[in-house]
Design a protein around this ligand. Structure first.
Ligand code: HEC
Length: 149
């Protein structure tokens, strides 16, 4: 598409397979990376607590890349993970596996199980989602407002 796909194509594919690495002991290295990469030209208040779909975030990343946003591979990986886990909206009946994995905080396999289930029958509520083996109920509770049906 364009240069802005950096985060999605290059980085997201990698992090989806190791979502657990987000849980580090130190304060929050992912948020620190966001502050370094995205806080250089404006405050993070322009996007923190303003969830969007992953597609719309990719448009923002493309726009910011054009404006000069950059970072190391590690920083961009952290930024991608932070946005997926904290600021992205998913629709459990339509979103792609990598978005589901990031937002729900599950493995690729569990994300695929969600997709298999919706192909049988659409999800209509959070209880049906919680019933999928491997779904973490705590993360679900934390992220409820970003999970759409
Ligand atoms: C090189 C400078 C620069 C960096 C780095 C940068 N931005 Fe921006 N950003 C801008 C400018 C300039 C605007 C104002 C654009 C406007 O007013 O039209 C802006 C506006 C925005 C907006 C509001 C406009 C919109 O589309 O909603 C968001 C959200 C945003 N940036 C997110 C980010 C994120 C996320 C990052 C890190 C990946 C980032 N920015 C990094 C320069 C930057």
């Amino acid at each position: 598409m364009n240069a802005g796909r950096w985060l999605f194509a290059v980085i997201a594919a990698r992090i989806v397979f190791c979502p657990a690495t987000a849980k580090a002991a130190e304060p929050n290295p992912d948020l620190n990376a966001v502050q370094v990469v995205c806080g250089r030209c404006h405050t993070t208040a322009v996007f923190i607590d303003k969830p969007r779909s992953w597609e719309r975030w990719n448009d923002v990343f493309a726009d910011m890349t054009r404006r000069g946003a950059k970072g190391t591979d590690e920083q961009l990986e952290r930024v991608t993970r932070f946005f997926l886990e904290n600021l992205t909206l998913v629709n459990v009946n339509t979103s792609a596996a990598e978005e589901l994995a990031g937002v729900l905080g599950v493995s690729e396999e569990v994300a695929q199980a969600v997709i298999a289930r919706r192909q049988q029958q659409r999800f209509s509520n959070i209880d049906q989602l919680r019933a999928i083996p491997g779904i973490n109920p705590d993360k679900l509770r934390e992220r409820t407002r970003r999970i759409l049906f």
